[in-house]
Design a protein around this ligand. Structure first.
Ligand SMILES: NC(=O)c1ccc[n+]([C@@H]2O[C@H](COP(=O)([O-])OP(=O)(O)OC[C@H]3O[C@@H](n4cnc5c(N)ncnc54)[C@H](O)[C@@H]3O)[C@@H](O)[C@H]2O)c1
Length: 465
């Protein structure tokens, strides 16, 4: 029945009906390593300056933004004063608000935002940089720093045409080289489905110079679990595009799909149930066997996950335990083994660990107490590990996908699926590659300043924060 309904609604006539009902075709998003077509405008508010240096390092020459000041306005045909108009559509606006310390200065954000809101090209970008509230002194400065977060989230909801807004929070001591990978990720199509998010960048502790490259993983080994299909296969393909040598892991029952992915990417396949007590040892042994005893894993991506949805009133201990074990406990056990850097085939001392959480872990979801527990647990784990490992150079982060078009979500009844797709600022479900791109950004050798962060890849889903 759901299939029949889907067929009708996606037919040419069905599309006309849904358009009339206000469900217009969602915008096509710019994806991949593609910069905006239009210019990048840069607004440096008083006390700022770092964004200009980062753009310079990325080889981008920004243009001056227009300002909504009374003397710049012109009346429309009905005599209403309008903000100044851009002659050609800008592709992005970068707002360097790192020097904002009082409430009056927030008006400067309004001035720079108003003219751009309707002018931005499709899949455009508004990127805010601010100093994190903990990094400024005084009540008003802390309140003003937090206010930028509220502005950014609202901008994300008001933008149209697949454009996004995000906020980069600078920890004390950050230099331009710490920010280059983050700014290039946000400007490029790689961040297509990331909007309404704020995350922190701190000074890098590793030896990398912070310069960005289109092949950041050349000769680096990346392990992806649950890689036989869906998001895991997309993660493996994205790392392959960016130069990595892949080890793809999945359960023996998914062996055929896994072999296909491994062959396509000239990687190696490891059939393994990650809940096996010796899973960590088997991953390290496999890496050492295939790549030699001195080889180390650059990035360990814990993507494998399952759902076993039941309302709590119907939830038995087996259904509870299976989800917690695959989605959370297995990840912890594997990390414990791989963090022994001296072990052949273990994680590199400056490597990356990424956990795949879910927006269900932020907001909770009816019938998903086990899944939400496991995914909130993943977020807690990556943050706690970043603290635990703060003296070393390993970075641990997470992504929290919202609604992504995969076999997992394909099982949701059509009407419910259509609702889930639409309840975000981009009015569509994300693609597996959107999650993959965000993970690849977090694992980029130039992203060492991003640690203990969880980035939602949800098109600014209305669910939860
Ligand atoms: N699809 C979404 O909308 C969505 C949203 C939020 C989070 N996620 C998370 O993203 C990840 C990937 O999701 P997906 O939609 O691609 O799911 P999927 O079901 O299509 O793929 C999951 C893969 O994990 C593998 N796997 C399951 N248990 C395993 C085990 N014990 N050992 C090894 N491999 C195992 C499966 O065989 C499968 O290939 C999961 O962690 C999921 O919870 C997905």
């Amino acid at each position: 029945m759901a299939g029949v309904l889907e067929g009708i609604l996606t037919s040419p006539i069905g599309r006309k009906v849904t358009a009339k009902a206000g469900l217009a075709e969602p915008p096509r998003l710019r994806r991949g390593r593609v910069m905006p077509a239009g210019s990048v405008a840069l607004a440096t508010l008083p006390g700022g300056g770092i964004a200009g240096q980062v753009l310079d390092a990325l080889g981008i020459s920004p243009v001056e933004p227009l300002l909504d000041l009374p003397e710049h306005r012109t009346d429309d045909e009905k005599g209403r004063p309008q903000p100044p108009r851009y002659e050609t559509r800008p592709g992005a606006l970068v707002v360097d608000a790192t020097g904002v310390r009082d409430i009056a200065q927030l008006e400067l954000l309004r001035q720079v935002l108003r003219p751009v809101m309707k002018a931005l090209e499709k899949s455009g970008r508004i990127i805010f940089l601010a100093t994190e509230a903990d990094g400024v002194d005084g009540l008003e400065a802390k309140a003003a720093a937090q206010a930028i977060d509220g502005i950014m989230r609202t901008v994300g909801k008001e933008l149209r045409g697949g454009s996004t807004a995000n906020l980069v929070l600078l920890a004390p001591g950050v230099v331009p080289a710490d920010l280059a990978s983050t700014l290039s990720f946000l400007l490029e199509g790689r961040s297509a489905f990331v909007s309404g998010q704020a995350w922190r960048v701190a000074p890098r502790k590793d030896a990398h110079d912070g310069s960005v490259s289109a092949q950041p993983f050349a000769d680096r080994i990346v392990v992806v679990t649950g890689a036989a299909r869906g998001i895991g296969a997309a993660i493996a393909r994205t790392f392959h595009r960016d130069g990595a040598r892949l080890v793809v892991v999945d359960v023996p029952a998914a062996g055929e799909g896994l072999a296909k992915v491994a062959n396509e990417l000239r990687g190696s396949a490891l059939q393994l149930d990650i809940t096996a007590p010796d899973a960590g040892a088997r991953i390290a042994d496999h890496v050492a066997r295939v790549h030699g005893p001195d080889a180390r894993i650059w990035a360990m991506v814990h993507n494998a996950g399952i759902t076993r949805d039941r309302m709590l009133a119907n939830l038995d201990e087996k259904t509870w335990a299976s989800v917690l074990d695959v989605n959370l406990a297995a990840e912890m056990r594997i990390n414990a083994v791989l963090l022994d850097h001296d072990r052949p085939g273990a994680l590199a001392p400056d490597g990356r660990i990424v956990g795949v959480a879910s927006t269900s872990g932020w907001a909770g979801n009816k019938g998903q107490s086990n899944y939400a527990a496991s995914k909130a647990g993943v977020m807690g784990l990556v943050r706690a590990m970043a603290d635990d490992l703060a003296d070393g150079h390993v970075a641990t982060n997470g992504v929290a996908p919202g609604f992504i078009e995969t076999e997992m979500t394909g099982k949701i009844p059509y009407v419910q699926r259509e609702v889930f797709r639409r309840v975000n600022s981009l009015s569509q479900g994300g693609q597996p590659v959107d999650v993959a791109e965000t993970i690849a950004y977090l694992c980029d050798p130039a992203s060492g300043g991003v640690d203990g962060q969880v980035i939602r890849v949800c098109g600014q889903n209305m669910v939860g924060r």
